[in-house]
Design a protein around this ligand. Structure first.
Ligand code: MEV
Length: 439
């Protein structure tokens, strides 16, 4: 019977691993050895990783790859991507190459507004609360001056505070709905610090407010937190070309390709079962760049999927059209990203990724990430509506199958060559490996 442990976080790393070994990995020294195998030889680098989070035992690697040839608003960029799924980087690179000779990607940031809310209960008349809010708003803004000072120097700060009446949904429930500009930082800490100060001052001022009854003075703060739903922190990326220039594949006319492609996008616009997979493919590109640049992919995922449902039904993030013989394909996504603060100056690979991207501002990174999502979606729909996804995917997945069966370098070389001319399936790959070993 396993006993709960108290004080686990206070053990040092060796003691934590020893506890794990004798509690859950009994007679499994090879598992314990793996933890150590993934430690970095450079103890300073390892300590840095240990200290990113809590109870760290080891590191969890993801491949860090590069998709070159992205022409974005006239700049030719190579995009770093951190992702474990085979064929994603190949697909991004293929789409980049395709569009480089057709005018490249164009991207623009529509807005960069971020949101945070103080959720509270008020027990009294709305008119009195509204009056109190108007009187108190300047005091709230004044109270965060020490927090906003540096951000204001960079051109950011608190943009506005509104009072929202939510009593139609929950009795006595109101919000301070606050808007922020956080420039090149993602801004989570900045926003949350401002919100907590707003809450404290709002509650204090209510106690002092002469017009309030004793009940009204007792504003109850429920919580203060930023929102990862940022529909006004929005970026758009687009590609376009003449329909006849789409015929990369000589067997398919540009017009036929475009029609089928657009119908595939239309299906994702109206059919949630398809939209989720369609958007998942987009997130393959988006998450990989978000991760490589040290941004919070959970926040990005949550915000984007909420945006995909903004009209009451989950739908495609991309759209496509033909007008006057021009094929156009575009994406609009909310992205709250940072290129300063957080991991950006701490994680050596994140610093490297940002250097590869020529040290973008947060706005530039928004454009790059949106382009990566659009490129990924273009590549996926291109495959899906022509050859099917498995042909390319299985080719890229071959290495995983061979590794699962512990193929040697020589076996990999022979079989990779063999499968340039044959269709890859899991069973065929295993069978060819078996034959090779028996021969
Ligand atoms: C696989 O990771 C992503 C795709 O399923 C996306 C799509 O279907 O559009 C290929």
């Amino acid at each position: 019977m396993i006993k709960p442990i108290s004080g686990f976080s206070r053990l040092n790393k060796k003691e934590k691993i020893d506890w794990l070994a004798k509690t859950y990995l009994i007679d499994r020294p090879e598992d314990v050895a793996i933890l150590r195998q993934y430690w970095n030889e450079d103890s300073r680098l390892q300590q840095l990783h240990d200290e990113f989070t809590e109870n760290t035992l080891s590191n969890f690697y993801l491949p860090f790859g590069l998709a070159p040839n992205f022409l974005i608003n006239e700049d030719l960029l190579a995009i770093p991507m951190a992702i474990e799924e085979s064929s994603v980087i190949a697909a991004a690179s293929k789409a980049a190459k395709f569009w480089r000779t057709r005018g490249g990607f164009r991207a623009e940031v529509i807005d960069t507004k971020k949101i945070g809310q103080v959720h509270f209960n008020f027990f009294g008349a709305i008119e009195k609360l509204e009056h109190f809010f108007e009187v108190t708003k300047p005091k709230l803004l004044q109270a965060v001056k020490s927090i906003t000072h540096n951000m204001e120097k960079r051109g950011g700060g608190v943009l506005n505070i509104n009072l929202n009446d939510k009593t139609g949904e929950i009795a006595n429930y109101y919000q301070l709905h606050c808007e922020f500009e956080t420039k090149d930082s993602m801004g989570a800490n900045f926003i949350n610090s401002c919100l907590e100060k707003f809450a404290e001052v709002f509650q204090y001022e209510a106690q002092q407010f002469a017009d309030f009854s004793p009940e009204e003075k007792d504003i109850e703060i429920i919580m203060s937190i930023l929102s990862n739903y940022v529909p006004e922190c929005l970026v758009r990326a687009e590609v376009s070309c003449r329909v006849e220039d789409l015929n990369e594949n000589k067997d398919v006319k540009g017009e036929d390709f475009a029609k089928k492609f657009i119908q595939a996008v239309n299906i994702a616009e109206v059919e949630p079962f398809r939209a989720v997979t369609h958007n998942k493919g987009i997130m393959n590109g988006i998450d990989a760049v978000v991760l490589a640049t040290g941004n919070d992919f959970r926040a990005v995922e949550a915000g984007i999927h909420a945006y995909a449902s903004r009209n009451g039904k989950y739908s495609s993030l991309t759209h496509a059209s033909i007008e006057n013989g021009i094929f156009k394909f575009w994406i609009e996504v909310p992205l709250a990203l940072g290129t300063v603060g957080g991991l950006t100056s701490l994680h050596p690979l994140v610093k490297l990724a940002l250097d590869i991207l020529q040290q973008p501002t947060a706005k530039e990174l928004m454009k790059i990430v949106a382009v990566a999502g659009l490129a990924q979606n273009f590549a996926a729909i291109n495959s899906l509506t022509t050859t099917g996804i498995q042909q390319g995917h299985m080719k890229m997945h071959l290495m995983n199958i061979l590794n699962q069966h512990k193929a040697t370098m020589q076996e990999k070389e022979i079989l990779t060559k063999y499968f340039t001319k044959h269709t890859v399936t899991h069973s065929r790959a295993v069978e060819e490996l078996r034959k090779l070993r028996n021969s």
